[in-house]
Design a protein around this ligand. Structure first.
Ligand SMILES: *Cc1c(COP(=O)(O)O)cnc(C)c1O
Length: 366
């Protein structure tokens, strides 16, 4: 079976982990500091703060920006549930701007239409490894004095118009097992705002300024040096990892071009894509439904994934939630019905990619 994602760690990750084990300093220390330096360098920002995961990262971003009860946060209806959970957890109300079906990110015009006097933040999601329309969204945020939290969990290293994701507003990243860079579990925030970075560092460590000197109530969101040691070599190699993913995406797109009713992923103008996922849409013009295609691929030993099968709030626990504003999201609904992600990870060689293409062509021939 060709899996839709696979983790492969360079030998240096093993060496660095062994170093940490030998040092006896397993909790946050010099490895985390180096991990943060590399994340800041990749994002072109002054400050990166490593945390436990991509969800706590979103949560602490909202907390540090004082987003809470009475506030409205506009986000994408087509995302992993963590985005929504973080907004609900802050006490704010989640409002949704439908997506653009070409890039799968929240549409700038739809976002503008969601803004009310209660709106205090935008939370665009840089889905599948590609940036949202950040230029337009940042201008909108400036006009209405809104904070911006980028859920860039899937897009470390991506850019738009030469600017890295994570450097527009407060960037939030995840280093979960399936992400382009992994520490098993992990997250990071990025910002150019020194005061905000300081507040996030405080909140990460019990609100503690110096030992047993508490500036405000906080949390324990610290990453361990063990986790950072796993991630450092991947951050150092990110350009190579991304180049491999891009080459794999090109290989797939060349092989799949022309299949009836299959919409291939597109790189939006001005964007560099890091191909966290290679996601096609199986439209009604295709000979089989999306779910039939996935099943037929599995029979042929090709893994695939549906990210995500439903609009994020299309569950009883959110539909009936007083702080989730549900309105029809036709584009997000269409995406949920049609998307299928194919294997694109850097561990795949040309022969495996050809197998993915051949399986798809066979499924189309019927
Ligand atoms: C993975 C992911 C998160 C959450 O990150 P975790 O590290 O799993 O907590 C948030 N948003 C998006 C879009 C993600 O893909």
């Amino acid at each position: 079976m060709i899996p839709v994602s696979a983790v492969s760690l360079p030998p240096r990750a093993h060496e660095l982990v062994a170093e940490v084990l030998a040092s006896g300093q397993l909790a946050q220390g010099p490895m985390v500091a180096e991990f943060e330096r590399l994340v800041a360098e990749i994002c072109g920002v002054e400050h990166a703060i490593a945390v436990t995961n991509g969800t706590t990262s979103l949560e602490v971003a909202l907390e540090a920006l004082d987003v809470g009860p009475g506030d409205e946060v506009v986000t994408s209806p087509f995302t992993f549930v963590a985005t929504l959970n973080a907004i609900i957890g802050s006490g704010a109300t989640a409002v949704f701007a439908d997506i653009d079906l070409d890039r799968f990110t929240m549409d700038a015009e739809a976002t503008a239409a969601c803004i009310t006097p209660a709106t205090t933040a935008l939370m665009p999601v840089q889905l599948y490894g590609q940036a949202a329309e950040m230029g337009v969204l940042m201008a909108l945020a400036a006009r209405h004095d809104l904070a911006v939290v980028e859920d860039a969990a899937q897009a470390l290293g991506a850019s738009i118009d030469g600017v890295q994701v994570g450097s527009f507003g407060v960037g939030s990243f995840s280093f979960y097992a399936t992400k382009n860079v992994t520490t098993g579990e992990g997250g990071a925030l990025t910002t150019n705002d020194a005061e905000l970075a300081d507040r996030i560092r405080l909140l990460r460590n019990q609100g503690m300024r110096a030992r047993y000197d508490y500036a405000e109530p906080g949390h324990n969101l610290r990453m361990t040096d063990l986790a950072a040691a796993v991630g450092i070599p991947q951050l150092e190699d990110l350009a190579t990892i991304t180049a491999r993913r891009s080459a794999n995406a090109e290989h797939l797109s060349a092989g799949l071009a022309g299949l009836e009713g299959l919409a291939l992923p597109r790189v939006a103008s001005g964007c560099t894509h890091v191909w966290h996922q290679y996601t096609v849409r199986v439209t009604p013009d295709a000979p089989r439904s999306r779910d039939e295609v996935a099943a037929a691929l599995a029979e042929r030993g090709v893994g695939s994934g549906v990210y995500y099968p439903r609009v994020v709030f299309d569950y009883d626990c959110f539909r009936d939630h007083p702080r989730v504003r549900t309105t029809p999201m036709p584009n997000a609904q269409q995406a949920a019905d049609q998307v299928l992600s194919l294997p694109v990870h850097p561990g795949l060689g040309p022969a495996e990619l050809d197998r993915v293409v051949e399986a798809m062509v066979e499924v189309w021939r019927g």
